[in-house]
Ligand binder design. Structure first.
Ligand SMILES: Cc1ncc(COP(=O)(O)O)c(C=O)c1O
Length: 338
């Protein structure tokens, strides 16, 4: 539905005319041979922008995260990860299934981080009964929350001192960068690898970039091939990523503003909407109204995954007017007894 207001995720964006023009004009080559100039340029631009020696293009964030975990950890190694992390909860356990890497899930704090004391307790001693704890994986933003830079500094220093490496799932890292008003290298300080998605709020149709040292990226490139991720003339997609990096980063502030306006509008109706930090907001919907509200919104062309804890996501394809239409539709839902 092209004219709908789609608040299910920021993955639903469609390439803009400018992005499509950049894609159509992309120079391409066989990227498995390293011959695609547009992919090479995207990788160089991303590495430079984040201050990493090397970068690698992936079709998806799931594949980028998995190749990174496999580059950091070998068979029988362990990574520490939040219970709520995408790499643990929403990627089918790929690290264990395909990488023979044991996850050690740890409770996320309400702010999205993992307490350093909890991490300290989870690092296994060097003993043949235990898997070798090799890596801490964090996510930023996580559920729309921005991790505190001071926490990130402390936690990465702490685990490095204990001999672990660090990986960041930065699917929505640019939302954190824009929210905090910091530059990209500051946002990734302390991480040995970072996966950044181009296909979420940045609006590219596909693609993620993994950042790391030359050695780590070389290892990830090997795993990418094994995972079926060696793409050929993929400069067509990389061109969309380059366009997004150039044109769609600063505008994320609009999405954050829209999320705040939406939350305020829903609160004015009497709904419990959490204050959003970036482009996601969570609102409680009474159990007995979930189905009817979903149908009511759909009838008005508003797509939302309504559940008792509904997540609404703003993005490039949701305008200020779309936010106002959405608030109006919520207000006019006949089922409320608020
Ligand atoms: C936090 C986070 N990490 C990773 C991914 C995986 O990205 P992809 O859908 O491109 O595999 C997602 C996807 O929604 C995500 O939200």
């Amino acid at each position: 539905m092209h004219d709908s207001i789609d608040l299910r995720s920021d993955t639903v964006t469609r390439p803009t005319p400018g992005m499509r023009a950049a894609m159509a004009a992309a120079e391409v080559g066989d990227d498995v041979y390293g011959d695609d100039p547009t992919v090479n340029r995207l990788q160089a631009v991303a590495a430079e922008r984040f201050g990493f020696p090397s970068a690698l293009y992936f079709a998806t964030g799931t594949q980028s995260n998995l190749a990174a975990l496999m580059a950091h950890c070998g068979r029988g190694d362990e990574f520490l990860v939040g219970q709520q992390a995408h790499t643990y909860k929403y990627e089918q356990g790929g690290a264990a299934v395909l990488g023979s890497i044991q996850p050690q899930p740890l409770e996320n704090e309400p702010d999205g981080g993992i307490a350093i004391e909890r991490i300290a307790q989870a690092i296994k001693p060097d003993d043949l009964h235990f898997a070798r704890t090799r890596l801490l994986a964090l996510e930023n933003t996580i559920g729309g929350r921005v991790l505190n830079p001071a926490y990130l500094r402390s936690v990465t220093q702490f685990v490095h001192a204990r001999g672990l490496s660090t990986h960041l799932d930065g699917a929505r890292l640019f939302n954190a960068v824009v929210k905090l008003g910091i530059d990209e290298p500051a946002a990734v300080a302390g991480f040995d690898s970072v996966s950044v998605c181009l296909s979420k709020g940045l609006g590219a149709p596909a693609g993620s970039v993994l950042l790391g040292s030359r050695e780590l990226i070389a290892a990830a490139r090997r795993w990418r091939k094994a995972l079926g991720g060696g793409l050929r003339q993929v400069g067509i997609l990389a061109a969309a990523g380059l366009y997004a990096l150039e044109h769609h980063v600063r505008r994320l502030a609009e999405d954050h503003d829209h999320a705040e306006r939406l939350a305020a509008g829903l609160r004015a109706i009497g709904l419990a909407a959490e204050p959003p930090q970036t482009n996601m907001l969570f609102v409680d919907i009474p159990d007995d109204q979930v189905a009817a509200l979903g149908a009511h919104l759909a009838q008005r062309g508003i797509l939302a995954s309504i559940s008792p804890r509904t997540r609404l996501v703003t993005h490039l394809d949701v305008s200020r007017e779309g936010i106002e239409t959405t608030v109006r539709a919520f207000r006019e839902f006949p089922g409320w007894s608020l």
